[in-house]
Design a protein around this ligand. Structure first.
Ligand code: FES
Length: 116
């Protein structure tokens, strides 16, 4: 079962695959403009979530962007092909979890949201 407290990035984790922007998508692929396919990550917000984490605690970062408990997983990824990312905080204190789901340094913000 997932814990829903916040977390800090495990150092050296693999980067996420490059996500396609979901805002202003060309609807030629089907569906009305603005529709988000289940295979796309959703931008929860174009800013990081600041969370005070506890060293040694495990956190499950929402990768799909559909969780109502951002930035953490609530199980809403089911059927999307995404899975939450485990993160064990190395130190206690504030952590800035990516809210746009496009960071290249998951689960933490790397500033990518500024170009979306
Ligand atoms: S919120 Fe995603 S990179 Fe900053």
């Amino acid at each position: 079962m997932h814990r829903t407290r916040c977390a800090v990035q495990e150092v050296g984790g693999p980067p996420l695959p490059r996500a396609r922007p979901v805002a202003n998508r060309n609807p030629a692929g089907g569906g009305p403009a603005g529709e988000v396919a289940m295979s796309d990550r959703v931008i929860a917000q174009k800013a990081p979530f600041k969370v005070d984490v506890v060293a040694g605690e495990t956190y499950w970062w929402c990768v799909c962007g559909r969780s109502a408990k951002q930035p953490f997983c609530d199980g809403s990824h089911k059927g999307t092909g995404f899975a939450p990312m485990k993160h064990v905080a190395q130190t206690s204190g504030p952590a800035f979890f990516c809210g746009c789901k496009h960071t290249q340094r998951p689960p933490l913000c790397d500033g990518t949201h500024q170009s979306l």
